[in-house]
Design a protein around this ligand. Structure first.
Ligand code: GP9
Ligand code: MN
Length: 629
């Protein structure tokens, strides 16, 4: 036992210092936060401090040292849990936690396998400050505090804390103007105001959006409608109605990225069947389509496909706004006499699909209950894609025609595990097991798609259907940049990272002879208008942000959900303007006008969702029903 008596507030000082330093170390090791200059580094370093001073300073309001210490123990535990929760979440989503995802409790069971793969015994280190405070409370004797002295100390202490907060905000404002008013980028918030302040800010923003729906009256739609109409491209006449009356089968290719298509890994072909399709006479392949998903991942891609709206910057729109009014592709096709459904061998409440599908007016959801998962038919997250496709085609054979059936695959999902007999190629040899296995599961998905085509042909459905396939989002996050660099043989700059967000998009129209590789740059947001034009369904009055990829007027661009974007000439990523093609850094002024447009577009889309504004819109006439509730 130490005999020495330490100054009165030693434990508080230890707690603040320990958590502060730990947080900074975790910023540098647990996340990939990009730092461009010394000022940003300084802001990052001081950013945790203000909140910690305030929060831990709460202990100064307790009278006895015992209660002060208890408070500090609980407080360090709380901040540790918040920080660690973010680290674990980041490993999987490459993003920070936002309030709505905490309410996605239905997902926690299924997320389990991925989460477990992201937790290591050394993670105890994330609780170092908590342990330090525990030990300090146990072993250090401090001088008794008295109430009179404490009042003075408190004033000085909180004045200092406030000064540090303002210093932090001032530096952040200078470095990033309008950070708090315009930001939809959580990394930027975390790095400028710190993880803990970020969470307070998040709570504020989320409560605000709840209020926004309550106060929206539809008048907001006028500006949005003007923007949408001004930016719509006339759909291609040549492709209009080319698949009218046919069944529409849309396949979500889980985690499939374009970098795997028409490429090899250590001499082995990764996607032989899809490669063949790229040169097939009935297939149009789009190699330059970018995913635009956010935290909602697969569900976000479904949202974009159905609505041609951007998903949300915070949380998964399937959860946060699953009860809104939408004008989905399913609703449109339903109006044309199509039977509409989604087939996905997973629990129906996962990602709140059951609720959202009702809002999207999808007639039927064939969930796990509609599938028989036999011995050896499941791996990783659930039913394997090959038996899934076999049974989905059997379901289609029973459907009234024409139908719109959407199939969501699952095997090519993080952590990309497979049974031995399904491994058709070797693993890659990088230091990332994730990337190494990814090639194998992607190869399996390719095999499954081949199987789907065979089954459709065997069932006689093939000739009267069109098959559309798209990659939902990245499978390999930036956490695996070193391994990706090894595979691609080049450094992963922010420019390359943006290019890696390409996902394959295939439109296969049997007997059409329309096959070609279409280099048009676009985003998932363009899928709905492109498909509906093929189906001969008009979308002139629809509140949609994308446009027909076959249209001559289609503007070559893709805005990512995090504010990055790609146009024919530029790539904007990591707050840097690059020349598209060469990847050279160029004058930021060249990107400036489009940066503004990208923000406007994301904001308009977000306004529609947050205000639930489509409840005020009549897509038949294009009229706004502003008085209607
Ligand atoms: C699970 C499937 C995968 O139902 O949607 O989800 P993801 O993690 O890719 O969003
Ligand atoms: Mn997915």
């Amino acid at each position: 036992m130490l005999k020495k008596e330490w100054p009165k507030h030693t434990i508080l000082a230890i707690a603040v210092l320990a958590t502060w330093l730990k947080t900074y170390i975790v910023y540098k090791t647990g996340f990939s936060i990009t730092i461009d200059n010394a000022m940003q580094e300084l802001i990052l370093f001081i950013s945790p401090l203000s909140l910690l001073l305030f929060f831990y300073g709460g202990s100064l309001f307790f009278k006895t040292d015992k209660n002060k210490n208890r408070y500090l123990i609980v407080a360090t535990l709380i901040t540790s849990v918040i920080l660690y929760g973010n680290v674990a979440f980041y490993r999987f989503f490459s993003d920070f936690i936002t309030l709505p995802v905490l309410f996605q409790t239905d997902n926690f069971g299924d997320l389990g396998s991925s989460a477990a793969a992201s937790i290591y015994p050394t993670d105890v280190l994330y609780f170092t400050d908590f342990l330090v405070v525990l030990l300090a409370v146990k072993f250090l004797r401090t001088k008794q505090t008295n109430e009179m002295g404490l009042k003075v100390h408190r004033r000085v202490y909180f004045a200092l804390s406030a000064a540090i907060l303002f210093l932090n905000l001032g530096l952040a404002e200078a470095e990033r103007p309008q950070l708090l008013t315009r930001s939809f980028d959580r990394e930027m918030l975390v790095k400028n105001i710190g993880m803990y302040n970020y969470h307070l800010y998040d709570v504020y923003i989320q409560s605000k959006s709840q209020a926004q729906r309550a106060f929206a009256d539809g008048s907001e739609l006028t500006d949005v409608q003007n923007y949408v109409h001004a930016n719509q491209a006339d759909p291609s006449g040549e492709m209009a109605g080319i698949a009218e009356g046919k069944n529409l089968i849309v396949v979500t290719l889980e985690s499939m990225q374009s970098f795997a298509i028409n490429e090899k890994m250590n001499g082995q072909t990764i996607t032989p069947f899809l490669n063949e399709l790229t040169t097939d006479e009935d297939t149009i392949y789009f190699p330059n389509l970018y995913h635009q998903t956010g935290l909602g991942k697969t569900s976000d891609s479904e949202f974009i496909l159905e609505n041609s709206l951007y998903p949300l910057s915070g949380g998964a729109v399937f959860f946060t706004h699953g009860g809104n009014t939408y004008n989905s592709m399913a609703e449109k096709l339903g109006g044309e006499g199509y039977a509409t459904n989604v087939q996905h061998a997973n629990t129906k409440s996962f990602w709140n699909r059951d609720m959202m599908y009702e809002s999207l007016e999808i007639d039927e959801f064939l969930d796990i209950q509609s599938f028989t998962v036999g011995e050896g038919d499941a791996v990783n997250w659930g039913m394997k894609d090959i038996p899934f496709f076999e049974q989905s085609v059997a379901h289609m054979a029973d459907m009234p025609q024409p139908f719109y059936s959407r199939l969501i695959t699952l095997t090519n999902h993080h952590p990309f595990t497979l049974d031995e007999q399904d491994k058709l190629i070797d693993e890659f040899d990088s230091n990332s097991g994730t990337l190494n296995r990814y090639f194998q599961t992607t190869r399996y998905l390719d095999e499954a798609v081949k199987e789907l085509f065979d089954e459709l042909k065997a069932s006689g459905l093939y000739e009267n259907s069109i098959i559309v396939m798209y990659g939902d989002h990245y499978g390999i996050s930036e956490n695996h940049n070193d391994a990706m660099a090894q595979y691609l043989g080049k450094e992963i700059t922010p420019y390359e990272s943006a290019q890696l967000q390409r996902v394959p998009f295939f439109v296969h129209i049997p007997g059409s002879g329309k096959g070609h590789v279409n280099e048009e740059i676009g985003g998932q947001i363009d899928m709905r208008p492109t498909i509906l034009n093929l189906m001969g369904v008009e979308t002139d009055n629809d509140m949609q942000f994308g446009s027909d990829l076959f249209s001559e007027e289609h503007e070559e661009s893709a805005i990512f959900r995090d504010g990055r974007y790609v146009t024919k000439d530029y790539v904007y990523a990591g707050n840097t303007c690059y020349e598209n093609g060469t990847g050279e850094e160029i004058d930021p002024m060249l990107c400036a006008p489009f940066t503004e447009q990208a923000r406007t577009e994301l904001e308009f889309s977000e306004e529609i969702i947050i205000g639930d504004l489509l409840r005020f819109y009549d897509e038949e006439t294009g009229n706004l029903n502003i008085s209607e509730q």
